[in-house]
Design a protein around this ligand. Structure first.
Ligand code: NAP
Length: 327
């Protein structure tokens, strides 16, 4: 995608001249790529605006509006924040939302009973149980109990299976949000080598499946890496697209990234920062300052994948309602 010094110039939009940087664009690196930020906040807003319009139109015709129920067990600080932003997004787009708060000590049996009740409640379209759960509750049992037609997180084995087969389904919100962002920015993915760092069921693994799918975006050749991967740096150096989803702040450095790569930073880790009122700041898995000048596209943290995850969840919830009432 990017030319190296000495190669002839052309009109490629990604090229900026070493000798003649465009006005107001200071040359900050020895690389020739023009980096573009993948702005998740703006893209998510566009998706939510469009959903809001659709919901308002349906409501004006007397159709039911989507209803998302979120269950939060315990009071993990990060989970509180995530659930609050999901509920806020529901309000923004005109969905109904209900937050069920349960004590940390709530038994698995009680939680499963509540889920079964929601499964048969005709007023509920989407159910999500915020993870992680307290150690005495099996996340697997909980996920398997959610009606797969209301599983807007896309974690139920039926939905995972459908995703693997390339069938329409609820796709886990974070990888779905990333695909929506790649689509929005028309990032070319066909035939590219994508390296996904992390193989969790909620991010890395579904991401690798979606990127390797016969779709657009998609059609990548995918390498999935994890903590036992050897030569991770070398593998990353050969990547056209890197998706970092390992939860290690600043892990991806410039020397792991080839010029012109697309870098998607999924990481969200609270790092102590006494200069902040909260005492912490949010850090991604990519050393943004180091890596960004080398990229063609990069997501910031915050304001990249995070808002896209919420927007994708809203799309899944709309879909759950549409399957029941509009289709
Ligand atoms: P996870 O379940 O802890 O999985 C982390 C994965 O990274 C594992 O597969 C692990 O390998 C791998 N890994 C860890 N250290 C590694 C290393 N040094 N080299 C290579 N691979 C390594 O985490 P997750 O739930 O997928 O989340 C990952 C990050 O994304 C976290 O920071 C999380 O907060 C963030 N996240 C953000 C969003 C969002 O909306 N932006 C949504 C979800 C998660 P093993 O399998 O071998 O252990």
């Amino acid at each position: 995608m990017c030319k190296r010094p000495g190669e002839p110039k052309n009109n490629d939009q990604y090229l900026i001249s070493m000798q003649h940087p465009p006005p107001k664009m200071p040359l900050r690196s020895p690389y020739l790529c023009r980096m573009q930020i993948l702005n998740g906040k703006e893209t998510a807003q566009a998706i939510k605006d469009s959903l809001k319009l659709e919901v308002a139109q349906l409501a004006s015709r007397g159709a039911p509006v989507p209803h998302l129920v979120a269950i939060l067990v315990g009071n993990n600080g990060a989970s509180e924040t995530y659930v609050a932003s999901k509920v806020k997004a529901c309000h923004e787009v005109g969905f109904k939302s209900t937050l069920i708060r349960l004590e940390e000590e709530t038994s698995e049996l009680k939680l499963l009973e509540i889920i079964r009740g929601l499964n048969i409640d005709p007023d509920v379209d989407g159910i999500l149980v915020q993870l992680p759960l307290p150690a005495h509750i099996s996340a697997e049992e909980v996920i398997n109990t959610i009606d797969c037609n209301k599983d807007v997180d896309g974690f139920h084995p039926n939905n995972v299976g459908r995703m693997v087969l390339g069938q329409p389904t609820f796709v886990p919100a974070t990888p779905y949000g990333i695909m929506l962002m790649l689509e929005h920015y028309k990032v070319e993915t066909r035939g590219k080598h994508a390296v996904v760092i992390g193989r969790s069921n909620i991010v890395g693994r579904p991401m690798s499946i979606l990127l390797s799918g016969s779709s657009n975006p998609g059609n990548c050749t995918v390498t999935i890496c994890h903590s036992s991967t050897k030569n991770l740096e070398e593998i990353c150096q050969s990547a056209d697209i890197i998706v970092a989803a390992l939860g290690r702040p600043g892990f991806v450095k410039a020397d792991m990234v080839k010029e012109g790569a697309v870098v998607i930073d999924v990481g969200i880790t609270r790092v102590d920062d006494p200069t902040k009122k909260s005492g912490y700041r949010i850090s991604g898995d990519v050393d943004f300052t180091d890596v960004a000048p080398k990229c063609s596209f990069i997501t910031p943290v915050p304001g990249g994948v995070g808002p896209m995850t919420i927007a994708a969840l809203m799309k899944n919830t709309f879909r759950a309602c549409a399957m029941k009432h509009y289709d």
